[in-house]
Design a protein around this ligand. Structure first.
Ligand code: ATP
Ligand code: MG
Length: 280
């Protein structure tokens, strides 16, 4: 009799657990649907802009060559945004899927952070044209800094996310300056990205939280997911480096990323470069 009662109780407990799990699953499903909606919304905006520009260019109505050039620049900058967003979404789903970017199985390779910064400055410059924002790379001490052993596409995305923010949140007519240097004491290279624009929040570390966007960021640039710096921090942490942000004066924002030159060398979870001697 008592064992029958025990069985009944066990069944009741299991049923309650099942209901709770089902509710959790429903919440995850809703979050997943919202997330996908957000992705599609973010990607559709630049793609639509590209479509309109191309329609304009092919309509035959645009006879002014300077105007046509401006539209082509916009097509370029909107494509840069679309590619940038798509890469962030791919990284994000990887982070959410198995919480490990190393699952991307990118090999380690020697990378010049100065070269990456120069290429990204070129890529993002068109985004700044409308607001007359200039992006410059100061090569002093940066060009001669050692190469760092990293997963190149991921570190490219880190710099891309920070530089994209600098462009989005800068004051019109201001200058973005990217510099860097080798730190002898720690055998590392630091990249510093400075811009003048909206201030960081009082709790600066909030900017690295998943989904965080300050009110002034939302006002200045309504589209955005708040994933960029969260992803950047995760990638830097996987590389055992550091990323930090600070305000200087009233409107200067400074992001510093520091990566060890050969910190990941020989670590089992990373794939080493094929030809290690080519590193130096
Ligand atoms: N250069 C900057 N100047 C001022 N605030 C910044 C700067 N970079 C980041 N922030 C703040 O940190 C927040 C988080 O940045 P993050 O890149 O993660 O997201 P986002 O730019 O809002 O959206 P997205 O996911 O599209 O990049 C921003 O919304 C903004 O409030
Ligand atoms: Mg961003």
């Amino acid at each position: 009799m008592s064992s029958e009662r025990d069985d009944k109780r066990t069944i009741e407990i299991l049923e309650r657990k099942c209901t709770a799990l089902q509710a959790e699953l429903d919440t995850v499903k809703i979050e997943q649907a919202n997330y996908l909606q957000n992705i599609s919304h973010q990607l559709v905006a630049p793609l639509n802009a590209i479509k309109w520009h191309i329609e304009n260019l092919t309509s035959g109505r645009m006879t002014n060559i300077d105007r046509a050039k401006k539209v082509m620049r916009s097509v370029y900058s909107q494509s840069t945004i679309a590619v940038h967003l798509a890469k962030n979404f791919a990284l994000m789903s990887n982070l959410e899927g198995d919480h490990a970017l190393t699952a991307l199985k990118e090999p380690l390779q020697p990378v010049s952070l100065c070269r990456l910064a120069i290429n990204l400055a070129d890529d993002f410059q068109p985004l700044g044209w409308d607001k007359e924002i200039d992006i410059a790379v100061d090569k002093t001490n940066f060009e001669t800094a050692s190469e760092v052993l990293v997963m190149k596409p991921l570190i490219n995305q880190v710099l891309s996310n920070v530089i994209e923010n600098a462009v989005k949140y800068s004051n019109p007519g201001s200058k973005i300056l990217i510099g860097g240097k080798y730190n002898k004491d720690h055998d590392s290279v630091s990249v510093v990205i400075r811009n003048h624009g909206i201030p960081l929040p009082a709790q600066v570390a909030d900017v690295f939280k998943r989904g965080y966007r300050s009110d002034s960021a939302k006002n200045k640039y309504p589209a955005g997911t708040g994933f960029g710096l969260f992803i950047a921090k995760r990638i830097v942490e996987i590389h055992e480096g550091t990323i930090s942000a600070q305000m200087l004066g009233r409107d200067e924002v400074v992001f510093t990323i520091t990566l060890s030159v050969r910190g990941l060398e020989g670590k089992a979870r990373f794939r080493e470069p094929k030809n290690r001697s080519s590193r130096r």
